[in-house]
Design a protein around this ligand. Structure first.
Ligand code: HEM
Length: 213
C-alpha cells in the first residue's frame, strides 16, 4: 500500500476547486433542463451529455498516474481518485436517465432491446467496473482487500477501452472500417492506448529515468 505524500495547503485548495468544478456539468445540465433548453430531445441530450462527461473524467483518471510519473506532482494521486469517482457519478446519472426516463424502468423491455444492441452490453460492463472501483475506493475496502485491491483497480484498464467502444458504437461508428461518426471515439481510444502503453514496466522505468536525468 502506498505511503501518502502530505499535501501542501495550496494543493488542498486546488482539490477543493476541482471537486466544485466537477459539479459544473451537472448544474449546467440541470439549468438547461429546467429552462427547457436541452434540444428537441431532452432525454437523449441529457444521456449524451452525462455519458460524455463520464468518459472524459475516466480518461483524466487514467491519465493521472502517467502524468504523475512524468511530472512528479503529488496532487495527481488524489486527483486520480476524484476524477474516477466523478466519472462513476456521471456514468450512474447517464445510466439512470436512460433506464428511468427512456425505458420507464421497464427492465424486461430493456433487456430484450439490449440483446440486439451490443453497445448497451458493453456500456453495462464498463459501468459495472466503475461501480466496483467506486465502492472499493475507501480505506476500509483497501484494508479488507489487501493486495487484491490493486488487482481489482487494474480493471480500470479494461473499463476505459470498453467505454471507448461503447462511445464509438453509440455514435454508430465502425471501428473495423473506421467509417461513420468515429473521430472522437478514435481519438479517445488512441489516448487510452498510449496511457496503457506507458504503464508497461519497461516504458514506465524509461520515463522515470528520463525525468531524473
Ligand atoms: C448501464 C450502462 C450504460 C447504458 C445503459 C448506456 C446507454 C447509452 C445510450 C443509450 C447511449 C446513446 C445515447 C443517444 O445518442 O441516444 C449512450 C451513449 C454514450 N454513452 Fe453510455 N451507457 C452506459 C454506460 C456508459 C459508461 C460507463 C460510459 C462512460 C464512462 C458511457 C459513455 C457514453 C458516451 C460517451 C456516449 C455517447 C454520447 C454522445 O452521443 O455524444 N456510457 N449510452
Amino acid at each position: 500500500m502506498s505511503i501518502k505524500t502530505p499535501l501542501m495547503p495550496r494543493d488542498r485548495m486546488i482539490l477543493l476547486i476541482v471537486r466544485l468544478l466537477l459539479w459544473l456539468p451537472a448544474v449546467v445540465l440541470l439549468l438547461a433542463a429546467i429552462t427547457d433548453n436541452l434540444s428537441v430531445n431532452p432525454i437523449q441530450a441529457a444521456v449524451q451529455r452525462t455519458g460524455l462527461t463520464a468518459i472524459i473524467l475516466l480518461g483524466l483518471s487514467l491519465a493521472s498516474t502517467p502524468v504523475k510519473i512524468f511530472t512528479g506532482w503529488p496532487i495527481l494521486i488524489p486527483l486520480r481518485k476524484i476524477f474516477g469517482l466523478h466519472s462513476f457519478y456521471y456514468a450512474a446519472a447517464h445510466m439512470l436517465l436512460f433506464v428511468v426516463l427512456d425505458y420507464g424502468m421497464d427492465i424486461n423491455r430493456l433487456m430484450a432491446d439490449a440483446a440486439g444492441k451490443p453497445f448497451i452490453i458493453v456500456g453495462v460492463a464498463a459501468f459495472l467496473i466503475l461501480f466496483l472501483l467506486a465502492v472499493s475506493s475507501n480505506r476500509p475496502a483497501m484494508v479488507w482487500l489487501g493486495r487484491n485491491w490493486k488487482r481489482l483497480h487494474r480493471l480500470v484498464y479494461l473499463a476505459a477501452p470498453l467505454a471507448g467502444l461503447h462511445f464509438a458504437w453509440a455514435l454508430k461508428g465502425n471501428l473495423a472500417t473506421l467509417s461513420g461518426n468515429i473521430l472522437w471515439p478514435v481519438v479517445y481510444l488512441f489516448i487510452v492506448f498510449i496511457l496503457l502503453i506507458v504503464r508497461i514496466p519497461v516504458v514506465r522505468r524509461y520515463i522515470s529515468a528520463m525525468r531524473s536525468e
